[in-house]
Design a protein around this ligand. Sequence first.
Ligand code: BES
Ligand code: MN
Ligand code: MN
Length: 465
Amino acid sequence: MKELQTYLETHRERFLNELLDLLRIPSISADPQYAADVRRMAEATAEHLRQAGADTVSVIPTDGHPIVYGEKQVNPAAPTVLVYGHYDVQPPDPLDLWDSPPFEPVVKKTDLHPEGAIFARGACDDKGQFFMHVKAFEAMLRTHTLPCNVKFMIEGEEEVGSKHLEAFCQQNHDLLACDVVLISDTSIIDNETPSLTVGLRGLAYMEVEVTGPNRDLHSGVYGGAVANPINVLCQMIASLHDKKGRITIKDFYEDVEKVSRKERKRLNAAPYDEKAYKKDLGVEALWGEKGYTTFERTGIRPTLDVNGIWGGYTGEGAKTVLPSKAYAKISMRLVPNQKPEKIERLFQQHFEKIAPPYVQVKVKALHGGLPVVVPTDSVEYRAAEKAMELAFGKKPIPQRGGGSIPIVAMFQQVLGAHSILMGFGLDADNIHSPNEHYGLFNFYKGIETIPHFHRLYAEMKAARS
Ligand code: BES
Ligand code: MN
Ligand code: MN
């Protein structure tokens, strides 16, 4: 215990510098131009696992980006923890909104991070977070305090839907056999209010194409006589919500799990400062489904958002055009027990139905994922709860996360293992946005919490058998 703490203290600076080096690699999975950097990032991750002391470390090719795997078996009688994370990042654009270049990390203080935060794409999502596990693992090995067998699986396609990881898990069922999956890729409420994520939303991501006339037209010659597909698309999108902020797609809410009064009360018990929330986002008022709080709107209710809309002329100056086509990317966040395939079908049927006769629509599904609920009455949850309590001095609050990690439902189905979602980011850390950052407090707090988890989990498992 003491020795481990000393080890963490002694190597603080090096841990940070190693992370900064990883953040300099632009491992953008969505953009094929960066494939070599993604590969370089996979190699660097593997090298860190080797240096830390993992055995059988490999960079496993897929039809997409490689998977990094490594493990350490300490005792066949001890439980096995599978650490999952992702080394890929979102594209950094729009670049001009960053205060410093996204792949040149800098440490700066902020209101929420008075001890400093690392600004870089991937700092919080998820390089800074998966790397905490590598460093905690290193510290446990060096101080001979690693109580569990550990497997690492760090993938490079989370931000693009984990397509190839799914097949990999199915084919490598035995390699990945574990008692629990441990993931740091979510947030805590704030640095004084630890929380454990007990739910993730699912996802159904659609792209629509609306076609009007068979070619672009002069908007003066034809405007007024021919429907403009961009105008039509906007009207169609606007009709997807009613006045109460509810989604109008037929049967959309059919499978939504009714959350008990007790659970709603538990979710709303977490501290929430609406004024600060609005101020941070620069909005005068919030919007959402009537009858639900902010935590409920992001945690237990499904939603629909346009992620992008384009068509016509968007260059410099003006061009008077009545375009032939308009497009939008529309995603829906799902909650238990909604299924992406069914929601995709309902969306497609609805969108085709509401299309007026003067346009044609094409709808396709891009990717999806199932929602997740983490049971709170398991050994692993109790170990995680206790680990956070030791590190923060406060019991963590169970909280439903609004984001999605589609592979988590797969772990449950294919490996039969529950996941512990023990993330350390803040919602205000700007993941996927310009100026993404990760607090130094959060980075070190994570490295401190993880060994507690391994120790408590091993102890609690042993006590039960
Ligand atoms: N780490 C996030 C998910 C997340 C963030 C969950 C904060 C809970 C709180 C993850 O990297 C992510 O961004 N996932 C995508 C889904 C994917 C299919 C692109 C998402 O949620 O949009
Ligand atoms: Mn992530
Ligand atoms: Mn992400």
